[in-house]
Design a protein around this ligand. Structure first.
Ligand code: SAH
Length: 214
């Protein structure tokens, strides 16, 4: 597995332009096979998303890397992730930041991710079951926020919970295709947005996202 992980890092990430050493190192250290369904063990290092039940997926490693690299973490940050899913991206974030809050709306996925992260020793990653479109007010503001599900637009609560100088990386667009963007909060009222490319995520369902029946 370790060899397959090293190959994933060089062929799927470094070759496509991910070059932050700390990011590549985090992907070398997190055992992705612990985060996929048992039947998918042999596909753990597949270059794409995999089903994790409840209609949800563990994201493609490259998309996680692109998101995490864009957060430009230096190690001291408190990070908020929306869409814990398997907990894989949260584990990567846990190695790159001080504290991670990750929110998951499906209770069964939240419970599994929480148990798994605790078992693997990610003590600085906290899984909460809630509607992440509302952010996590108790610990706001955050220096970095990332969203692992496609939104119609960046939810206002997340923009409001971003510290000055903070980065929000989020896919937004319509249901079939989105653009991954990085929004940097320059000051109280000033944000800049950059496009990181076209992506396809499961929908962000919630009060400031898509309605549940869509
Ligand atoms: N980061 C995950 C990817 C999970 S896919 C991983 O590494 O495995 C996106 C997840 O977002 C799904 O589990 C979905 O249930 C969740 N989600 C969708 N809308 C949400 C919301 N409003 N709040 C919290 N989680 C949400």
């Amino acid at each position: 597995m370790e060899q397959r992980r090293a190959r994933m890092v060089s062929e799927q990430l470094a070759r496509r332009g991910i070059d932050a050493a700390a990011v590549l190192d985090a992907f070398r250290r997190v055992p992705r096979e612990e985060f996929v369904a048992h039947d998918d063990l042999r596909h753990a290092y597949f270059d794409g998303p995999l089903g994790i039940g409840y209609g949800q997926t563990i994201s493609q490693p490259y998309v996680v890397a692109l998101t995490v690299e864009a957060l430009a973490l230096r190690g001291h940050e408190r990070v908020l992730e929306i869409g814990a899913g398997s907990g894989y991206a949260a584990a990567i974030l846990g190695l790159l930041a001080r504290e991670v809050d990750t929110i998951e709306r499906i209770p069964e996925l939240a419970a599994t991710a929480s148990d798994r992260l605790a078992r693997l020793g990610f003590a600085n990653v906290h899984v909460h079951c809630a509607d992440g479109t509302l952010g996590w007010p108790p610990n706001a503001p955050y220096e970095a926020i990332c969203v692992a599900a496609g939104a119609p637009r960046p939810p206002k609560p997340l923009l409001d919970q971003l510290a000055i100088g903070g980065r929000l990386v989020i896919p937004h667009g319509d249901a079939s295709s989105q653009h991954l963007v990085r929004i940097i909060r320059r000051s109280e009222h000033d944000v800049v947005e950059e496009d990181l490319g076209e992506v396809r995520f499961v929908p962000l369902v919630g009060e400031a996202g898509w309605p549940a029946h869509a």
